[in-house]
Structures are given as structure tokens and as C-alpha cells.
Design a protein around this ligand. Structure first.
Ligand SMILES: *[C@@H]1O[C@H](CO)[C@@H](O)[C@H](O)[C@H]1NC(C)=O
Ligand SMILES: *[C@@H]1O[C@H](CO)[C@@H](O)[C@H](O)[C@H]1NC(C)=O
Ligand SMILES: *[C@@H]1O[C@H](CO)[C@@H](O)[C@H](O)[C@H]1NC(C)=O
Ligand SMILES: *[C@@H]1O[C@H](CO)[C@@H](O)[C@H](O)[C@H]1NC(C)=O
Ligand SMILES: *[C@@H]1O[C@H](CO)[C@@H](O)[C@H](O)[C@H]1NC(C)=O
Ligand SMILES: *[C@@H]1O[C@H](CO)[C@@H](O)[C@H](O)[C@H]1NC(C)=O
Ligand SMILES: *[C@@H]1O[C@H](CO)[C@@H](O)[C@H](O)[C@H]1NC(C)=O
Length: 270
């Protein structure tokens, strides 16, 4: 056991050594446009991913661990502890407004037959994103038995969210707001466009929810300034502070202000 530990720590040291030497040997710190090129938008199928959605790279810590399995669709994993394991699929990304990225998302489980969509205490909105005001919050309830119609204000019958035959004996409902009906029902928060939602007008809730809902990401002012000046937003790898990667150098806020000395040790990625 002791031997194993020793070997392991030797290996770690070796790894550390290799890592340090690779950092020192990398020509990157002397190439002034290295970081700019590194931060070029990444692609996932037909989506172009810029700040803060790029696939993991060394420019900045991407939000919500974006992944793009088999180049099919961009998936974001919730980092909220009350919502671990919940994955949303990005249907579209709109950067036309320089101040806001608008993202159309839907729960990824809605696209896999047999997957559990409802979950107790499900929470869909991250603190990083905000929901546009023109959406109505509601709860889809997936119940093992019928519940009294007056048990939740505004309760409506709704179709269940599984594929055909998934939960043949379950009864499903929609109620405005975030509600719960413990033990009997699992809940899934839904966001529907416009005002009060009328579930009886939607014969296939699953297909309806697959259309997704819009969330928005407000770009920090420093990132707007950086992009406006032709740069690409990123962060200093060690301190995590904001930096602007420009075609010829690394700047503090935008392409026309103070530069980082990229030749110095101040700027090295691990
Ligand atoms: C991903 O798919 C897009 C088109 O859908 C294609 O242009 C791109 O080259 C693909 N990327 C990879 C890494 O396969
Ligand atoms: C992007 O790809 C998705 C899935 O492959 C497709 O549903 C969508 O229509 C495409 N969007 C555009 C703008 O081509
Ligand atoms: C509905 O609830 C049951 C438990 O009663 C669960 O096993 C099933 O996965 C849920 N269905 C969906 C589509 O989430
Ligand atoms: C919901 O469905 C049940 C049984 O299918 C029915 O008795 C009830 O009247 C319905 N409620 C509404 C509000 O439509
Ligand atoms: C909500 O408002 C945004 C802009 O504020 C708009 O782009 C979007 O289409 C609206 N959605 C609905 C469902 O009205
Ligand atoms: C909901 O829609 C149905 C038809 O789809 C209609 O009969 C019913 O009156 C509507 N309910 C409300 C509260 O608007
Ligand atoms: C660049 O940032 C500096 C502050 O660091 C600010 O004074 C200047 O106005 C900014 N320029 C542009 C074009 O945003």
C-alpha cells in the first residue's frame, strides 16, 4: 500500500513537472494572437458558440458545462445543487442583441422516450439566466392517482409527458405557478409563452414543451465593451478576472486600454 502511494505521488510529481515544462515550452505566450485565436467561436452542429457558451476551452470557464455529444445538440447541465443532473438542450442561440444572449431551451429528457421527465422539487431556472417576463410559470404534475380538483388553485387536466404508454396508469395535471403535491405527484416546472396557460388547448404537452422556452443571459458590461472594440471576452486563468483577447494582444477591458504583458509569467494557462 505504502509502495503504491509512493508510486502515485511520484507519478503526480512527474505529471506536475511535465505540465510545468509543457507550459514553459509552449510557444503560446509569445504568440500575440494565440489567445484571440483560441477564443474563436466553437461550433456545435449548426450553432456558433461565443461567450459564455463555448465548449470547454482555456479562454474562460464556460457556464453550465456545455457539451455537444456527437455534434448533434448543445446540452447545458444545471449547476444548481437542487437541480443536479438536469440537462437542457439548446434549440437556438441568438446573439443579435449585443447586450443579451437569448437562448431557447427545453429539458433534454423530453427528447428521449422512457426518460423520467418529472422529478420532485424540480427547478429549471439557473441564477445565471433570467426568464423573459412574457412567459408564465406553471407546474406539470405527474400523479399516480387522481387528485381533488380543488386541491391546487387553477388545477387543469393535462396530457402526461412520457411517450405513448410510458405511465399508463398515471394522471397528469397543469397548475399555474410552482406548486407541489407530495407523495402522489412528481412535478415538472414549465414555462409557457404569454399569459395564463390553458392546458386543454394543448393535446400533446410533450410536443408542446419540446418547442422550448426562452432564457436570457445578460452580457456583463466589460464583455460588451470588449466585443464592441473587436475583442473576444475571456478570463485571466489564475485570478479569473476579466480580460479582453484582441487580435494583437491581451487587454484588461477592451482593445484600446492597458495591455497585459503576455511575455511575462503573469499570463500563462494551465
Ligand atoms: C458539426 O456539424 C456541422 C454541420 O451540422 C459541420 O459543419 C461541422 O463540421 C461538424 N463538426 C464536427 C466536429 O464534426
Ligand atoms: C439546426 O439543427 C437542428 C437539429 O439538427 C435543426 O432542428 C434546426 O432547424 C437547425 N437550424 C438551422 C437554423 O439550420
Ligand atoms: C411519472 O411518474 C412516475 C412515478 O409515478 C415516473 O416513474 C415516471 O418516470 C414519470 N413520467 C415522466 C414522463 O416523467
Ligand atoms: C378532468 O378529467 C376528469 C376525468 O377524466 C374529469 O372528471 C374532470 O371533469 C376533468 N376536469 C376538467 C377541469 O376538465
Ligand atoms: C417575449 O419577448 C421577447 C422580447 O422581449 C420576444 O423576442 C419574444 O418573442 C417574446 N415571446 C413571446 C412568447 O411573446
Ligand atoms: C381552454 O380552452 C378550451 C378549448 O381549447 C376552452 O373550451 C376553454 O374555455 C378554455 N378555458 C379557459 C379558462 O380559457
Ligand atoms: C476601454 O476601457 C477603458 C477603461 O478601461 C475606458 O475608459 C474606455 O472608454 C473603453 N473604450 C471603449 C472603446 O470601450
Amino acid at each position: 500500500m505504502a509502495n503504491l502511494t509512493l508510486t502515485y505521488s511520484h507519478l503526480s510529481l512527474l505529471y506536475l513537472f511535465l505540465l510545468i515544462s509543457s507550459i514553459q515550452c509552449q510557444p503560446i505566450n509569445t504568440d500575440s494572437s494565440f489567445y484571440y485565436n483560441l477564443c474563436a467561436p466553437s461550433r456545435c452542429n449548426n450553432l456558433s458558440l461565443t461567450y459564455p457558451f463555448a465548449l470547454p476551452n482555456s479562454c474562460y470557464p464556460s457556464i453550465d458545462k456545455p457539451i455537444c455529444p456527437t455534434n448533434q445538440s448543445l446540452l447545458l447541465a444545471s449547476t444548481s445543487t437542487t437541480d443536479t443532473g438536469h440537462i437542457v438542450r439548446v434549440l437556438s442561440l441568438d446573439y443579435n442583441d449585443p447586450t443579451i444572449a437569448t437562448v431557447l431551451v427545453a429539458s433534454d429528457s423530453l427528447f428521449t422516450c422512457g426518460a423520467q421527465v418529472s422529478r420532485p422539487n424540480f427547478r429549471a431556472v439557473d441564477t445565471i439566466f433570467s426568464l423573459p417576463l412574457n412567459y408564465t410559470r406553471g407546474t406539470h404534475l405527474n400523479c399516480t392517482a387522481p387528485i381533488p380538483s380543488d386541491s391546487i388553485p387553477g388545477l387543469q387536466n393535462a396530457s402526461c409527458l412520457g411517450c405513448k404508454g410510458q405511465d399508463p396508469t398515471n394522471v397528469c395535471y397543469y397548475a399555474p405557478g410552482f406548486v407541489s403535491y407530495p407523495t402522489t405527484c412528481e412535478t415538472f416546472h414549465v414555462f409557457t409563452p404569454g399569459g395564463a396557460f390553458n392546458a386543454s388547448g394543448v393535446s400533446d404537452m410533450r410536443a408542446f414543451l419540446q418547442l422550448g422556452y426562452q432564457i436570457r443571459y445578460d452580457k456583463p458590461a466589460e464583455c460588451r465593451g470588449c466585443e464592441k472594440s473587436g475583442g473576444r471576452c475571456g478570463s485571466q486563468p489564475i485570478s479569473g478576472s476579466f480580460v479582453c483577447f484582441c487580435t494583437s494582444s491581451v487587454h484588461r477591458m477592451n482593445c484600446s486600454d492597458g495591455m497585459y504583458h503576455i511575455h511575462s509569467q503573469k499570463f500563462s494557462f494551465t
